[in-house]
Ligand binder design. Structure first.
Ligand SMILES: Nc1ncnc2c1ncn2[C@@H]1O[C@H](COP(=O)(O)OP(=O)(O)OP(=O)(O)O)[C@@H](O)[C@H]1O
Length: 326
């Protein structure tokens, strides 16, 4: 494996928090929280990977370790050849971070002043700063916002401002923690479009944490699923359907109301007038089923619906929980 193939590398990384809880007047109970539990993965230079999981799964803790904010309790980690917790400042010049729930911009200053401060803090060469700022202002449509104090920006405007701030120093890696949270549909589309271009045109490596599965569907070919600090899945988004053992749905419009269609292994799950919904295993090909129904029933229209990823993940967690109990 070349250096570029292991641009981000985690080898059995752990993070254990020591939590002290008050249980009485003078009594405190110590408890260990294993937020990240022996996680290993590599991300190649230029990849865009989704990092998903339920609340408290360990996503933010992983990202904080990748930036050097937190030191792992065990394991080995490298980002662009650098050990994040040992050389946090050196790494800072090579990575950009956007935390959707928190801004890195100066609240009371006009947007442009935050950028000027970052220009100096990161010692970005003037020409590069100008070029990056111009590109971000154009693509993220920030032109009219540069003189507005950050606190007056809408959430979507602020998020675009934060993304630009993370990119002024030309980072090779961008970590995004919930970049579309709370945004309206149009702002989400703008942010996604920008990230897609950034990845394909600039070759920026992106690790994306999100609860919005459309972010993943539209941006990432590879997805990692984490739960209880453990990596449960690492592969293409389409593979999640398979391991979720999920079903696809055939929506059939008939010429008139008829008794439920018989077409095993598909089964009718809903009927509304002449429209019937049939569920069938996602692993089965739809073509023979469609052909059989078309030859035996008076069809007007027909469509296949893919399983909902959210449902697939929920199913995956449920199965994992069952396995733990049994
Ligand atoms: N500083 C801390 N001290 C103690 N426990 C912590 C600390 N930070 C996180 N945890 C715990 O570690 C676990 C993982 O938290 P983390 O924030 O990484 O999850 P997450 O996947 O990012 O969740 P969310 O989607 O809700 O942001 C949780 O049980 C959390 O309570």
């Amino acid at each position: 494996m070349s250096e570029d193939d292991r641009f981000i590398e985690l080898d059995r990384i752990e993070k254990v928090f020591d939590v002290r809880k008050k249980t009485g007047f003078l009594r405190r109970e110590r408890r260990e929280v294993r937020a990240v539990d022996s996680i290993s993965f590599t991300v190649a230079r230029g990849e865009m990977v989704g990092y998903i999981g339920p609340n408290g799964a360990g996503k933010s803790t992983t990202i904080k370790m990748l930036t050097g904010i937190l030191t792992p309790s065990g394991g080995r980690m490298r980002v662009a050849g650098i050990d994040p917790s040992r050389e946090r400042t050196r790494l800072a010049h090579r990575i950009g971070v956007v935390f959707g729930q928190r801004t890195t911009l100066w609240w009371d200053l006009p947007l442009i002043d935050s950028y000027r401060l970052m220009h100096r803090m990161y010692r970005i060469p003037d020409a590069r700063y100008r070029a990056n700022l111009d590109r971000c202002v154009e693509l993220l449509e920030l032109g009219d916002l540069l003189d507005v104090p950050v606190r007056q920006l809408s959430l979507g405007q602020r998020m675009r401002g934060d993304i630009a701030a993370a990119l002024l120093h030309d980072p090779e890696v961008l970590y995004l923690d919930e970049p579309t949270i709370g945004l309206d549909v149009i702002s989400k589309a703008k942010v996604r479009e920008f990230l897609k271009d950034l990845n394909t045109e600039q070759g920026t490596t992106v690790l994306l944490t999100t609860h919005d599965l459309q972010d993943i569907e539209q941006l990432c070919r590879r997805v990692m699923v984490i739960d209880h600090g453990r990596l449960m899945y690492d592969g293409p988004l389409t593979g999640l359907h398979e391991i979720g053992d999920s079903e696809r749905t055939l929506v059939v419009d008939l010429e008139r109301e008829l008794p439920p269609i018989e077409a095993a292994p598909a089964r009718v799950v809903r009927v509304e007038g002449p429209r019937q919904w049939l569920a069938f295993p996602a692993s089965e090909s739809a073509a023979p089923l469609v052909a059989r129904i078309a030859s035996a029933y008076p069809l007007v229209d027909l469509s296949v619906r893919e399983p909902d990823i959210e449902a697939v993940i929920a199913q995956m967690y449920a199965r994992q929980a069952e396995e733990t109990v049994s």
